[in-house]
Design a protein around this ligand. Sequence first.
Ligand code: PLP
Length: 375
Amino acid sequence: MRYQGLIERYRDRLPVDDTTPVVSLCEGDTPLIELHNLTGELAAETGGDPVRIFVKYEGLNPTGSFKDRGMTMAVSKAAEKGAKAIVCASTGNTSAAAAAYAARAGMTAFVLIPEGKIPMGKLAQAIAHGAVVLQIRGNFDDGMRLVKEVAGEAPVEIVNSINPYRLQGQKTGAFEIIEALGDAPDYHCIPVGNAGNISGYWIGYSEMAGCNTASCTLCNGECPYLEQPKTRKRPVMVGYQAAGAAPFMRGAPVEAPETLATAIRIGNPQSWDLARAAIEESGGWFDEVTDDELLATQSLLATREGVFCEPASAVSLCGAVRDIRAGRIPGGSTITCTLTGHGLKDTATAIAGRETVETVDADLASVKAAIVGRL
Ligand SMILES: *Cc1c(COP(=O)(O)O)cnc(C)c1O
């Protein structure tokens, strides 16, 4: 049957019933692409058993990021309640997804974005889908605080990841990975901003494993899938942050987060406790990468593997490669990295400082010289 989005696909594992009006753009079912060139080089370099690295290319969702997974759930549940409007704070991708799903549902989307700090592609999406865009003189964390305050004063549904239905939708990324690999990976590496996605993946992996460990606190021992676990394995979760916006590394909120990876320019993550639990229960860790490092990885992935992701997404692979080199992730491991958003979201950052376009005269001699000179 035609794929109709993740709610239909995983209906039995999501909090929906026959009365839920499903608002979908056929999100999910994204490719899990194995990297060959980079892993070959890593194996030659480290000398140990080769690792296998798979990237979950979430940029291929309908609005170009994983946010669609949570938004289909949040907007469907808002529609079920009869909501007429939704609201979110956003570094860009949540607003793009909220705008699109609200359009689909016939609702109004109000999006609060930090002034001058979201890439043009994402802003274009919010405008194109007809959202009311409120640019605030403040950062994401200010927007998040205001959204919580205004939702108490006006009839609008919050669709940030503090809305529990968001994480329910996002957990399906883990389901798809287990299906694609036949089991959970050894390590799952993921960028961490507001920390909803790492929490969603951990819920997904845990549900598939039937919460087989005593320490799992996510469902308070009431996992509904305990009877039929699909696997006994859960991955080690590794969360990477941008160095200028790394509250989990500092052990406290960061006052003025700064990074070129605007999607994770967040100092006060809302899913702090869930993300910490995911790291602790899985035996994983948090780490940070610099803007230079993450941009280099974004470029490497695009030029050596043909996969174009946005800067924040490259953080997962960037950290993973460093931890493989350091032996913290051992040879022989199977590793999945979530690539959270598409490279086309932020083309300005991707090509900044790169003189890659050459102008030549429109004649054969010039074009031929330019080609032959490079072979
Ligand atoms: C939202 C987002 C993140 C961060 O996800 P959190 O759930 O906030 O941790 C990372 N990358 C991209 C591209 C995003 O849009």
